[in-house]
Ligand binder design. Structure first.
Ligand code: PLP
Length: 373
């Protein structure tokens, strides 16, 4: 057999896989990064009606349908106070593809990409696939990314840095002043800021602001998706927005890798974005209740856990062997080092699951804590 590319040999299937494989069939899964709610009815209907009207049989424009991009532009105005023209948006196959084309279009061989550690698994892998050098950055005690840390690590070889708030795997939410700083750093050092905002609506404390709001230099691109906000991970619909030149370069990658995002998903996304937003509010308040129960439980065990202000993850510091002890009790949580070296000694617990599961999982965690103390 002929050999493989060095780039693909440099990456591996995500470490999250290992815990899923270790768990039994009836395990309680607190490892999943997706809401446990159905996609809102009006979003499903959007797809059904488009399919029945025969609108989804062919390719759409590479960038996505005009009406979806219009809906995304309106969403940016409504939620983010941003003027993003529809032509500056590319609908992608989830936030994952949006991250891929953003990195691919901006990173040359040997150039550096800075990102939070622990951070979402794709930043490191996509940088390597683009031939770049990953530079994982340490976080503050509260698990937010300090703009000063970003600035200190910028070199002549830095192509981009990634900001992710609310964050996976930490649940940390960056304050508006940090977002302003990220925009300033992107401008002053002339590097790209990729802002991954897929959890923007899942905020319990503080507020979500985009660095693009503070950007005058054209050095910020925003990655977003319907996946988490509308419980649409299976639909595979995200987008990237940015200045015209950058969008044109990202479109080159998207055109050859993807042609266009799935047409039925585009119609569902349009309906999700333009329809009633109360399902989002209901989901977010359920997440907040679950977070509070989980946090109380973890704190009662004596575990140190920075209070997650958004997304649906908590990241406590845990004793050695704790994750394995929890897994042995048929509860899946993800070891922190699946998200970067500095995640070692932490565990990521997703509370995108029922209160009943959280209560049962807390029992297992209490035993695991007693066993590893
Ligand atoms: N960005 C972050 C921070 C995520 O956690 C995820 C998914 O877990 C993604 C992007 C990708 O989302 P999608 O399912 O839309 O590809």
């Amino acid at each position: 057999m002929s050999d493989f590319s060095e780039r693909v040999e440099a990456i591996d299937i995500s470490g999250i896989r290992k815990v899923f494989e270790a768990a039994g069939e009836d395990a309680i899964n607190l490892g999943l990064g997706q809401p446990d709610f159905p996609t809102p009815e009006h979003a499903r209907q959007g797809a059904i009606e488009a399919i029945e009207a025969g609108k989804t049989d062919g390719y759409t424009s590479n960038k996505g349908t005009a009406s979806l991009r219009e809906a995304i532009a309106e969403k940016h105005a409504r939620d983010n106070d941003l003027t993003v023209p529809p032509e500056n948006v590319i609908a992608t196959s989830g936030g994952s593809e949006a991250l891929h084309i953003a990195i691919e279009a901006h990173v040359d061989e040997g150039e550096e990409v800075l990102f939070p550690d622990p951070g979402f698994v794709s930043y490191d892998a996509l940088t390597k696939l683009a031939g770049g050098d990953p530079v994982p950055l340490p976080l503050r005690e509260d698990l937010t990314l300090d703009p000063e840390t970003v600035e200190e690590h910028i070199t002549d070889d830095t192509a981009a840095f990634v900001v992710n708030s609310p964050a996976n795997p930490t649940g940390a939410v960056s304050p508006p002043e940090d977002m302003r700083e990220f925009a300033r750093i992107a401008e002053e050092h002339d590097v790209l800021c990729i802002s991954d905002e897929v959890y923007e609506h899942i905020v319990f404390e503080g507020e979500h602001r985009s660095p693009m709001e503070f950007d005058d230099s054209g050095n910020v691109v925003v990655v977003n998706a319907c996946s988490k906000t509308y419980s649409m991970t299976g639909w595979r619909l995200g987008w990237v927005a940015g200045p015209e030149d950058r969008v044109e370069r990202m479109l080159r990658v998207h055109q050859y890798a993807q042609a266009c995002a799935s047409a039925p998903a585009q119609y569902a996304a349009e309906a999700a974005l333009t329809g009633p937003q109360d399902p989002v509010e209901e989901m977010v308040s359920a997440f907040q209740e679950r977070r509070d129960v989980l946090l109380d439980g973890l704190e009662d065990m004596g575990l140190e856990v920075p209070k997650p202000k958004g997304a649906f993850y908590a990241m406590p510091k845990v004793p050695e062997g704790w994750v394995d002890e929890v897994l042995e009790r048929d509860v899946v949580v993800v070891p922190g080092d699946a998200f970067g070296e500095r995640g070692e000694g932490y565990a990521r617990i997703s509370y995108a699951t029922s209160m009943e599961n959280i209560e049962a999982a807390l029992d297992a965690m209490r035993e695991a804590t007693a066993a590893t103390r």
